[in-house]
Design a protein around this ligand. Structure first.
Ligand code: F0G
Length: 524
């Protein structure tokens, strides 16, 4: 083993201060296994669940068997730039499920990726390509209209009235009337300046969409985003309270290009809205932002405002999708329809790195495929596993979705029972299906110095997670952007016994917080 840890040793050092620096040697179902001093396995119930990527648990036997079978058969894992029938099949099945859940018969084109952030970035990149092409199409239309006006004036069938000159800021009182050429030149100058404005991206406050250069601009957590803000187009973050004013917010950002129309024998200047809104990116259930469920009313406000303004919606289902909330897409449950979807995490079956961006076929630009690629995406191994994951999800008429809903209800009911018994310690319980969170009350006023420090350092959740791991052999983590919220995202196979163990651990932590027993909570 290497003497010097050059793989993020700083983070590991910090994890050890809260007792989370465990070394796991095996994983199965909802369990991870570490070794004690004698080399015996210690089972740890895993409620972190790969941050939502283990719908079927660790090393699900059917998925492992498929992986072994593929590898033993010499699977052509990397066969870039060739036929990928497995990816074609996966895309077809994904679009069929989306169509079934949304009730729409429109298909979705798939572009595969390797991570959630990448899938989000592909959606935004495609939306930007689509927007830029729409701008070019509008500019071409305006050039045609200018040409038509020029021909009408040359044929003597139309003239340039003073109003037209005024409309573009030309001096209509000059002795020499403003001719079409002056008008056309002015319009071209104005449009060139306006068409170059930066596209607008919108996201919800609290949203998390990844930490890569582009996706981090959409992630609300300032600690993640601000250091890299100079690298990209930052999103405008919208609060829930802002949503009723969204149409007005869009309207205030409106930029028009100028166009000419020949109306009878007059040339008139008309305004044409510039496609400026690149995308509105949101999660139907915010994961890293603290397990915040978007309600149907908010979804409807966003849907209507975006439809009215021609702003595409990117529904980021990286964490909430793949059946975790009881339907394939969490957005189904709130009536939200995406122009784009990002899926990842459980798509890889807990074994492969897999992600996909789905784009409405009506807005899909095929040329995108010629300007975007990724070495490992759409590979035989991950897409074949993705097909298996869909088999498991869709089997018995979607029994897995019902199981996720039932297990999630059981889990959330337990969390609420803890909240009912410890209202002084537990602030809130949130979630849908197997995407649940319990938020502790703030401890900034604690009489225990260390607890206050954790509260002020946004590390209380990690300290409590350390206690759960140490004493109760339960593994979970807080949501980094809501640091007092512990999140619970087990597999659909999570048993009553494991939920009971979590309950016992949480009640122990709550009792220690109630009595402000710093030693009991924080000893490592
Ligand atoms: N979008 C959402 C909604 C996510 O929850 C995540 C990751 C990503 C995008 C990025 O995916 O990590 O595969 O690049 N969520 C993890 C979390 C990190 O903490 O919940 P990635």
């Amino acid at each position: 083993m290497a003497d010097l840890d050059l793989a993020e040793s700083h983070l590991l050092g910090w994890l050890s201060t809260v007792g989370l620096d465990a070394h796991y040697v095996r994983a199965e179902g909802d369990y991870l296994y570490r070794l004690d001093e004698q080399g015996n396995e210690i089972p740890v119930v895993d409620f972190a669940g790969g941050y939502g990527s283990l719908m079927f648990g660790h090393n699900h036997p059917e998925i492992v068997a498929l992986a072994q079978e593929m590898l033993a058969a010499g699977a052509p894992v990397h066969a870039q730039f060739s036929r990928h029938p497995y990816a074609t099949e996966l895309a077809a099945r994904l679009t069929a499920i989306v169509s079934r859940e949304t009730g729409e018969d429109e298909t979705y084109n798939a572009v595969f990726a390797n991570s959630g952030a990448e899938a989000v970035e592909i959606a935004v990149k495609h939306a930007e390509l689509d927007r830029a092409l729409k701008v070019a199409e509008l500019q071409a239309e305006i050039a045609e209209h200018i040409e038509a006006a020029r021909a009408a004036v040359a044929a003597g069938t139309a003239s340039v009235p003073a109003e037209a000159a005024l409309a573009v800021g030309l001096d209509a009182t000059a002795p020499e009337p403003v001719g079409l050429e002056a008008l056309a030149t002015r319009i071209t100058e104005v449009n060139a300046a306006r068409a170059g404005v930066e596209p607008l991206l919108f996201a919800l406050e609290g949203g998390f969409h990844g930490k890569l250069m582009g996706s981090v601009q959409l992630t609300h957590n300032a600690a993640y985003r601000i250091p890299f803000a100079a690298l990209g187009t930052s999103a405008r973050f919208i609060t829930r309270e802002d949503l009723p004013a969204l149409p007005k917010i869009f309207e205030e950002e409106r930029v028009d290009l100028l166009d000419l129309a020949v109306t009878g024998n007059e040339i008139t200047v008309v305004s044409r809205p510039l496609p400026l809104l690149c995308a509105f990116v949101l999660e139907p259930v915010q994961g890293e932002g603290g397990i915040q469920v978007l309600d149907a009313e908010s979804a409807a406000l966003i849907q209507a405002a975006c439809a009215g303004a021609g702003c595409p919606i990117v529904v980021d289902e990286v964490q909430s999708g793949m059946g975790r909330t009881g339907t394939f897409l969490a957005s189904t449950g709130i009536g939200l329809r995406g122009d784009y979807y990002a899926l990842a995490k459980s798509l890889g079956g807990g074994l492969a790195k897999a992600a996909v961006m789905l784009a409405r076929s009506s807005l899909y630009r095929p040329q995108f495929e010629l300007v975007h690629s990724s070495t490992f995406a759409k590979d035989y191994f991950s897409t074949t596993i993705g097909l298996k994951v869909l088999d498991l999800l869709e089997a018995d008429d979607g029994a897995a979705y019902r199981k996720a809903a039932e297990r999630g209800a059981h889990l959330i009911e337990m969390l609420r029972s803890v909240q009912r018994d410890f209202p002084d310690v537990v602030r809130d319980v949130r979630g849908r299906g197997l995407m649940a969170g319990l938020e502790f009350q703030d401890q900034s006023e604690s009489g225990i110095e260390e607890l206050r420090q954790h509260a002020e350092g946004a590390t209380l959740g990690y300290a409590l997670a350390g206690k759960l791991l140490r004493t109760h052999r339960v593994r979970t983590f807080p949501t980094a952007s809501s640091p007092n919220t512990l999140r619970f995202e087990p597999s659909i196979h999570i048993g009553d016994e494991e939920v009971a163990r979590l309950e016992s651990g949480l009640r122990d932590v709550c009792a220690l917080l109630r009595t402000q027993d710093g030693a009991g909570l924080l000893e490592t």
